[in-house]
Design a protein around this ligand. Structure first.
Ligand code: 5GP
Length: 176
């Protein structure tokens, strides 16, 4: 099937919004050293831009969880493929995710990380697709609320393709 990419959010708009999020998060974490937990692989580009827009010092770590694989429909099964390197005890943890869709992944991750006794635990997501929620989930910080499109670019992929695109694009004709 022929694929088509339409720009949904361009690079400049993303950059402005990430800078805003950076200011908001820096204000909220004044005097603290948050640990940013990036969810591999989609959140890598967002995390690297976000951390450079923060004025508070941060540490970073990464987790990998099972995702959709070759289908764009959520299986509802979340599995940890790569865990964090260090303990979260007493830390101010900020989970950095690319997109909240059904909410299953972050719902699971938030509960899992909360059980590791952090001092605080919040979530920042670049994108939110509330129309597809299967469990109730609200991120503490959100870049953009978007309609129910399958999006790629700015770190997000389809079968490992398109992550390098600077804009967030709607992928049509390849998602099923
Ligand atoms: P959830 O568990 O909230 O359904 O799904 C979250 C994960 O699904 C995201 O981290 C991402 O990997 C994947 N996902 C959901 N919607 C999209 C989308 O529109 N584009 C891409 N590339 N991945 C998505």
């Amino acid at each position: 099937m022929e694929r088509k990419l339409d720009v949904l959010i361009d690079a400049r708009t993303i950059s402005n919004r990430v800078a805003e999020l950076g200011r908001e998060i820096s204000r909220d974490y004044q005097g603290r050293h948050p640990l940013l937990v990036g969810v591999l692989k989609g959140a890598v580009v967002f995390l690297s831009d976000l951390m450079r827009s923060l004025t508070v010092p941060v540490e970073i770590d990464f987790m990998a969880v099972s995702s959709y694989g070759y289908s764009t429909t959520s299986s509802g099964v979340v599995r940890i493929l790569k865990d964090l390197e260090k303990s979260l005890e007493g830390k101010d943890v900020l989970i950095v995710e690319d997109i909240v869709d059904t909410g299953l992944t972050l719902n699971y991750l938030r509960e899992n990380l909360a059980s590791r006794k952090p001092n605080s635990l919040k979530v920042v997501t670049l994108l939110d697709k509330p129309e597809r929620r299967r469990v109730e989930f609200t991120a503490d910080y959100c870049g953009f609320v978007i309609p129910d499109y399958f999006v790629v670019g700015y770190g997000l992929d389809y079968n490992e393709k398109y992550r390098h695109l600077p804009d967030l694009c709607i992928l049509k004709g390849e998602e099923e």
